[in-house]
Design a binder for this molecule. Structure first.
Ligand SMILES: Nc1nc2c(ncn2[C@@H]2O[C@H](COP(=O)(O)OP(=O)(O)OP(=O)(O)O)[C@@H](O)[C@H]2O)c(=O)[nH]1
Ligand SMILES: [Mg+2]
Length: 231
């Protein structure tokens, strides 16, 4: 009776919600802080080093738990992980590519890792989305897109420490740079990781964080050396 009931419930309700990613692809999982606009209210602006460090610690922990991890890229309140099942013939995607497993385990591992590193009374939560990208060049473009977002975010964050929302409304990036110069502020002088983001990559002793990453479009070899080749 119990087996029959379980089988029926699984086949009627659980199995239809089981989505698998295709084999032999690159898989991206992006984790993003839930409501971090509020969570970060009392943190240093434009850039909180303790927050970035805790996000890095969470990413290092997740990387150590993932099968097929290639690299992770972090900025603002997010981290994107790249996995693949290339390599050996019998290599399998993490959790056989189960979307629900990958997304929920990544979000919970990241949240656990973040809290272990970040002593704060408030609880943080992270969402995770997972998808396959079928082409290596597109994987590279994915990371170019996130880095462009880091650069835009950092300029906006810095500008918003000197000007009100209304004063910045409709201003271009060049105009924001000019407004900052007018206050003796220079975005270019801020640390590389604030302007460009950070990368977690495999290293001799496990995994390491690179806080001095290049502008990806100017140094294509950087991402190229980390994104796995297809079989
Ligand atoms: N003070 C401070 N805030 C930061 C820092 N990094 C990120 N943030 C905040 O984190 C927010 C992240 O933006 P989003 O992810 O788009 O917005 P969210 O409020 O997290 O909302 P959802 O992601 O949709 O849940 C930014 O708007 C900033 O307010 C930082 O170094 N210092
Ligand atoms: Mg967020």
């Amino acid at each position: 009776m119990n087996d029959e009931l379980g089988n029926r419930i699984k086949s009627y309700y659980e199995d239809p919600a089981r989505v698998l990613l295709p084999r032999k692809t690159w898989v991206v999982i992006r984790v993003d802080g839930k409501g971090f606009h509020t969570f970060t209210k009392h943190l240093e602006r434009p850039y909180s080093r303790p927050l970035a460090d805790a996000l890095d610690a969470a990413a290092l922990f997740v990387a150590s738990q993932m099968a097929g991890f290639a690299l992770a890229y972090g900025q603002s309140d997010e981290y994107s992980f790249l996995l693949s099942d290339f390599g050996r013939d019998d290599s399998r995607m993490w959790f056989d590519g189960s979307v629900q497993k990958i997304a929920s385990i990544t979000a919970s591992l990241f949240t656990a890792g973040f809290h272990r590193a970040y002593a704060n009374a408030a609880f943080a939560a992270f969402d995770a989305r997972v998808f396959a990208i079928p082409n290596r060049r597109e994987v590279e473009r994915y990371f170019l897109w996130r880095q462009a977002d880091a650069t835009r975010n950092s300029l906006n964050m810095l500008a918003s420490t000197h000007y009100t929302h209304e004063e910045l409304l409709g201003k271009s990036a060049t105009e924001k740079h000019d407004l900052l110069h007018a206050k003796g502020e220079n975005w270019a002088k801020w640390p590389a990781d604030f302007k460009r983001g950070r990368v977690v990559h495999p290293a001799a002793n496990g995994f390491a964080v690179d806080k001095e990453i290049p502008i990806f479009t100017r140094e294509p070899g950087y991402l190229n050396g980390l994104i796995p080749e297809a079989d």
